[in-house]
Structures are given as structure tokens and as C-alpha cells.
Write a protein that binds this ligand. Structure first.
Ligand code: ZN
Ligand code: ZN
Length: 50
């Protein structure tokens, strides 16, 4: 894991960038954790919305 890369939400399907030192961009992602079951992120952010 490279440290200097752009931070991405720890929720695998999510492409959002969390704020500050947050690991997840939203409560939705925090609840979903890092499980790979989800194919698409449903956090509601524009980056993930289709
Ligand atoms: Zn997302
Ligand atoms: Zn997220």
C-alpha cells in the first residue's frame, strides 16, 4: 500500500475520497466496511451515483 497515493474510501466499490483522516467517505461505507459483496457503492455521492 503506497502512502502517498490519493486517499480513497476504504469501501472497495467506492471511489469517493474521504475527508481528512476519515477512512470512509460516509456512514454508508462505514457500515458496509471493506466487504467485497457489494458491486456498486450506494453512498449517494456524485462520484458513485449513476
Ligand atoms: Zn461511494
Ligand atoms: Zn465511500
Amino acid at each position: 500500500m503506497a502512502k502517498d497515493q490519493t486517499k480513497k474510501c476504504a469501501h472497495l466499490p467506492c471511489v469517493c475520497v474521504p475527508a481528512n483522516d476519515e477512512k470512509y467517505c460516509s456512514q454508508h461505507c462505514k457500515d458496509a466496511g471493506s466487504e467485497e459483496a457489494e458491486i456498486a457503492c450506494d453512498c449517494g455521492h456524485p462520484a458513485c451515483a449513476k
